[in-house]
Design a protein around this ligand. Structure first.
Ligand SMILES: [Zn+2]
Length: 133
């Protein structure tokens, strides 16, 4: 028996993806604040991309399904490409931010406060991501 039933529309799946990513972000941010770990903070920052891209994907699917009109004679499907470009831009931006955090942590290191609690929260988020696809 499946853990839950997948929605039968693209927008339903995108909405589920958004909900799962918000929950995962909440858990990963909690893991970062509990542990103070730069690595878990980087993972939380990466998860922000998942939330924004899931929201962008939901928006793009809503736009893309509109029929052609006099301004967009071939339809609105290119909204999905715009969403993909925005996600790629966010990935690059986040990579720089994570790199900056890593360099700062390297130059002035501090031990993680509660690494096991942080890992438990982060692991729960990973399981949630696996279950949510
Ligand atoms: Zn239009």
């Amino acid at each position: 028996m499946p853990l839950f039933v997948l929605p039968d529309s693209n927008k339903g799946i995108a909405l589920l993806s958004l909900l799962v990513s918000v929950l995962a972000l909440t858990l990963k941010y909690a893991a970062y604040t509990v542990s103070g770990s730069v690595a878990l903070g980087a993972d939380a920052m990466e998860t922000i991309i998942n939330v924004v891209s899931a929201a962008g994907g939901l928006w793009a699917l809503g736009i893309a399904e509109r029929p052609a009109d006099h301004n967009h004679t071939y339809g609105h499907y290119k909204a999905e490409y715009l969403s993909a470009v925005a996600e790629g831009t966010l990935v690059v931006l986040t990579a720089f931010l994570i790199g900056r955090e890593a360099i700062e942590g390297w130059l002035s290191p501090h031990p993680a406060l509660a690494p096991w609690s942080g890992l438990a929260l982060n692991g729960t988020a990973t399981l949630l991501n696996l279950a949510g696809g």
